[in-house]
Design a protein around this ligand. Structure first.
Ligand code: ADP
Ligand code: MG
Length: 358
């Protein structure tokens, strides 16, 4: 196992990058603590695979260094880094049996026959393929082949890190949950440093101790699921995490007061004069519809999603979402909303402002 350190790391696929836009991965400094489970979360094209492939050694960065436990491995091969990586689509040896596919990384490292026998049996069980160990991989479904790929990634106990790049894409939905649970228990059992790439927030939030959110080639926040929910560092995090995501509303801020189209609301922190694009962010869970004083809204639609209701409304031309309790009755005279002041975040040019305790 190893701590992984990224120093001034950046990557461009162009030989002579002209500016920041030419970088698929913008400069990044970060430590991945030994033995933690991380999820790398972001939409398609934001640079997740680029970062993962740099960590595994499939790709050499155009700038910066990678250290494993303080040893520079920037130019080292994947084999020398002692990493297991599982990709989005299956990589299996078709002419070999499932058993031999799983045993391959162990044979390569010269493990004993008895150990290989036992370990392959155990992994076969984890991926639900015990009964098929003696079948050839050729002719199996894509789903089964991907389970073999996952198994082969997990078979070695002595790797420095286990990397997964959207490994459950081709897996059927019932099995997804099962395999994710297995990965988690594997992490508890062996304490490998794990990095799991996904564009699915549920997958990220259930798998990881820490979630690394990427947006447009940049790491915008690293935090626990709770930190991402309560204090999104960037409006993208607020919008991407949560269902529905955080409401982001243009505002003006004076000290402890926000003003939205001339209507005022209290904040629980104070801010110095702000310049740039100023917005407030508040999660739908902390917005309440009321027939008393508040900001004026018109309700567009109410969706009953079982455990609660989602109200879609318009606030001075900005669409906002409100989460209301299942038993809340929504009446026509509820034409205002109030925000919980402790849960209103202030953003300038999309980045969270800390303000001062007032
Ligand atoms: P993700 O895994 O988050 O979907 P990628 O890391 O694959 O994102 O891609 C990040 C950006 O780099 C994208 O704009 C993509 O088009 C570009 N890119 C990825 N691989 C290559 C490559 N081999 N050559 C040139 N551009 C690439
Ligand atoms: Mg990718």
């Amino acid at each position: 196992m190893a701590k992984i350190t990224l120093q001034n790391l950046a990557h461009s696929y162009y030989p002579n990058p002209k500016g920041e836009d030419d970088f698929a991965l913008k400069e990044l400094n970060h430590d991945w603590a030994d033995g933690e489970a991380y999820a790398l979360l972001g939409s398609s094209g934001c640079g997740k695979s680029t970062l993962l492939n740099i960590i595994s050694g499939l790709l050499h960065p155009s700038q910066g260094r990678i250290l494993f436990d303080d040893k520079d491995v920037t130019q080292a091969s994947t084999a020398d880094r002692n990493i297991a990586q599982v990709f989005q689509f299956p990589v299996v040896y078709d002419t070999m049996t499932v058993r031999d596919n799983l045993a391959f990384p162990l044979k390569n490292r010269g493990a004993s026959a008895q150990y290989i026998q036992d370990r392959v049996q155990q992994i076969g069980q984890m991926i639900g393929m015990e009964a098929e160990l003696n079948k050839r991989a050729r002719g199996l479904t894509a789903d089964a082949k991907q389970k073999i790929s996952l198994g082969r990634g997990m078979v070695r106990e002595d790797v420095n890190a286990l990397l997964f790049d959207e490994p459950l894409t081709v897996i059927d939905p019932h099995m997804k949950w099962e395999l994710r649970t297995q990965l988690k228990s594997l992490h508890h059992e062996f304490g490998h440093t794990m990095i799991y790439v996904t564009h699915d927030q549920t997958e990220a939030l259930t798998f990881a101790d820490k979630v690394v959110v990427m947006y447009d080639g940049r790491v915008v926040q690293i935090g626990t699921p709770q930190e991402l929910f309560e204090k999104p560092q960037h409006t993208f995090v607020g919008y991407f995490i949560g269902s529905p995501g955080m409401n982001v509303i243009p505002a003006e801020i004076t000290g402890k007061t926000a003003s939205v189209h001339g209507a005022s609301l209290d904040l629980n922190r104070g801010y110095d004069a702000l310049s740039g694009k100023v917005e407030i962010g508040v999660r739908p869970e902390f917005v309440t519809l009321t027939d008393g004083p508040g900001l004026p809204v018109s309700i567009r639609r109410v969706e009953d999603v079982g455990r609660h209701k989602i109200v879609r409304a318009d606030l001075f031309g900005t669409e906002i979402n409100i989460v209301a309790g299942e038993s809340t009755s929504i009446s026509p005279d509820m034409t205002k909303v109030v925000f919980d002041p402790a849960q209103v975040n202030v953003y300038v040019d999309d980045w969270l402002q800390t303000g001062k305790a007032a």
